[in-house]
Design a protein around this ligand. Structure first.
Ligand SMILES: C=CC1=C(C)c2cc3[nH]c(cc4nc(cc5[nH]c(cc1n2)c(C)c5CCC(=O)O)C(CCC(=O)O)=C4C)c(C)c3C=C
Ligand SMILES: [Fe+2]
Ligand SMILES: [Fe+2]
Length: 335
């Protein structure tokens, strides 16, 4: 008898760890950005407007105007090895490979664009992974990020006769290892500055304010991360929300408006950190480090520093090993 095509190889069962991040265009040009935004902004977890109303706006206006502008922004942060988000996520997966021995395979995927989640789950399965830990790398849970990454994985599983067993990484916004890694990273970055900031901003990606009323825990998770980090650092943090999109009311205070207002209140030197991003990306490197700086200095600020994300730093990777190990411990290691 021959085995069906999707039958896993008959060998020692393995465990897969699949890191998942948002996704990014394949190239910093308008057609690539249009493809990426078309998929991203058609996700009903991201834009919660009925498709009959939203799709004509998306196709007729947004995808005709935004890609050119966004491509220009991507060009300013693009690296030799590609988009920062993709390059850093790849480096994180590489750094974790072998962390739990040969029986645990580590891979990465993107919710939008490539490498696609379904393809990487299939690849892990083909290598013998009978159990997969899905790890959306968002410390703060949000329907628009964590849930949609998990949805996409389950969509792929829905087409499989023989599914691997699945666990999903819970939000880690208040995990002691995450807070400790942020504290160490912020302190190390501050120590390199040649000025003492009057204020430190903790900027999180924004969301429509309505999602808070609808019960999304994202806002509360951001507040808790900021409170715990502030306590760990022993100094105040100004919490703000960035990257507003569209005309609806978003979570406030807005990062750009705050940066524009602070110099007028006597805050002339700032440092800004983005604890919700597990990897530096367009939203941190262009929106904060480039445009945020221009906004702040243009409003009369004198010194500005952007403090990098945890990325694939030693401390960031040690933190990921800790939180992922806790989930893997629920699965006894196969013999
Ligand atoms: C309705 C629109 C958007 C929602 C809701 C949203 C939520 C959200 N996004 C992130 C993380 C990232 N977003 C990134 C880029 C990005 N985000 C939006 C819109 C919404 N995000 C757009 C249109 C873009 C693309 C860039 C642009 O045209 O401005 C990125 C960076 C991707 C990269 O390639 O570097 C990240 C990361 C979170 C965490 C979140 C909700 C909590
Ligand atoms: Fe976003
Ligand atoms: Fe942005």
């Amino acid at each position: 008898m021959t085995l069906p095509a999707d039958h896993p190889p008959v060998a020692a069962p393995k465990i897969g760890v699949l890191l998942v991040n948002l996704g990014t265009p394949d190239a910093p040009d308008a057609p690539s950005v249009r493809r990426y935004l078309g998929e991203f902004l058609s996700d009903r977890r991201v834009v919660e407007i009925p498709p009959l109303l939203w799709q004509p706006i998306l196709r007729g206006i947004i995808l005709r105007t935004r890609p050119k502008k966004s491509a220009h922004a991507y060009q300013q942060v693009w690296r030799e090895d590609g988009s920062p988000l993709a390059a850093i996520t790849r480096a994180q997966a590489r750094a974790l490979q072998g962390a739990w021995g040969e029986q645990v395979l580590v891979d990465y995927a993107m919710r939008y664009g490539s490498p696609a989640i379904g393809g990487r789950i299939a690849a892990l399965k083909a290598q013998g992974a009978e159990r997969i830990l899905l790890a959306p790398l968002y410390p703060q849970y949000c329907g628009a990020t964590t849930a949609t990454a998990n949805d996409k994985a389950f969509e792929a599983l829905a087409a499989m006769r023989w599914q691997p067993a699945i666990r999903t990484l819970p939000p880690y916004h208040d995990h002691p290892a995450y807070i400790a890694a942020l504290k160490a990273s912020v302190e190390a970055s501050l120590a390199k500055l040649d000025f003492e900031p009057d204020a430190i901003l903790a900027s999180f990606h924004g969301m429509p304010a309505r999602t808070l009323e609808l019960g999304d825990p994202y806002h509360c998770h951001c507040q808790k991360t900021a409170r715990l980090l502030s306590q760990a650092l022993g100094r105040e943090l100004v919490i703000t929300f960035q990257s507003r999109f569209g005309r609806a009311k978003w979570l406030e205070p807005a990062t750009d408006a705050t940066l524009a207002a602070l110099p007028g209140k006597g805050v002339k030197k700032v440092a800004i950190v983005a604890p919700g991003f597990s990897a530096d990306c367009l939203e941190t490197l262009e929106e904060l480090a480039i445009r945020g700086r221009e906004t702040f200095l243009g409003a009369g600020g004198t010194r500005f520093a952007y403090l990098p994300c945890l990325n694939d730093s030693e401390g960031g990777m040690a933190m990921l090993r800790t939180i992922l190990s806790e989930e893997l411990a629920g699965w006894s290691q196969p013999a």
